[in-house]
Design a protein around this ligand. Structure first.
Ligand SMILES: N=c1c2ncn([C@@H]3O[C@H](COP(=O)(O)OP(=O)(O)OP(=O)(O)O)[C@@H](O)[C@H]3O)c2ncn1[C@@H]1O[C@H](COP(=O)(O)O)[C@@H](O)[C@H]1O
Length: 106
């Protein structure tokens, strides 16, 4: 799974400066940070709708769109999913057993 994300991010980094008429990543990047953020928000809403409808294939499809657009946004900010992984690992390291248990109870 990590390889899939790493491979996707490598393609995104390569396409960012590509031909906007041939590449969605290049086209979206050329439209700027606010447009990328807007698309991320739209995909989040579509994921929420699929979840409320308990549409499992829809959730998977919309979540893939969501993660893809998140990766495009992170790349635009000079960041990557590795930065997100590191932050999650840091939180796991600082959170105690009690906090984890209460989260699972939600
Ligand atoms: N994973 C994806 C991916 N997921 C979703 N999308 C695109 O995201 C867009 C979202 O659809 P929308 O209808 O919401 O957007 P739109 O109508 O195209 O744009 P708007 O005018 O609404 O802003 C679609 O055009 C999808 O094709 C993706 N486009 C590319 N990838 C990956 O990125 C790689 C590079 O793609 P290119 O940059 O196109 O070469 C590909 O090989 C894929 O692996």
């Amino acid at each position: 799974m990590a390889d899939t994300f790493n491979a996707l991010e490598a393609v995104i980094r390569e396409r960012r400066s590509g031909d906007p008429s041939a590449s969605y990543v290049a086209k979206l990047t050329a439209r700027g940070r606010a447009k990328i953020a807007q698309k991320l928000g739209e995909e989040a809403v579509e994921t929420v709708i699929a979840a409320i409808e308990d549409d499992k294939p829809g959730i998977v499809s919309e979540a893939a769109d969501l993660v893809f657009h998140l990766a495009v946004l992170l790349a635009d900010a000079g960041l990557s999913l590795d930065d997100v992984r590191a932050e999650l690992a840091r939180r796991e390291g600082v959170s105690g057993i009690d906090e984890k248990a209460s989260r699972h109870a939600d």
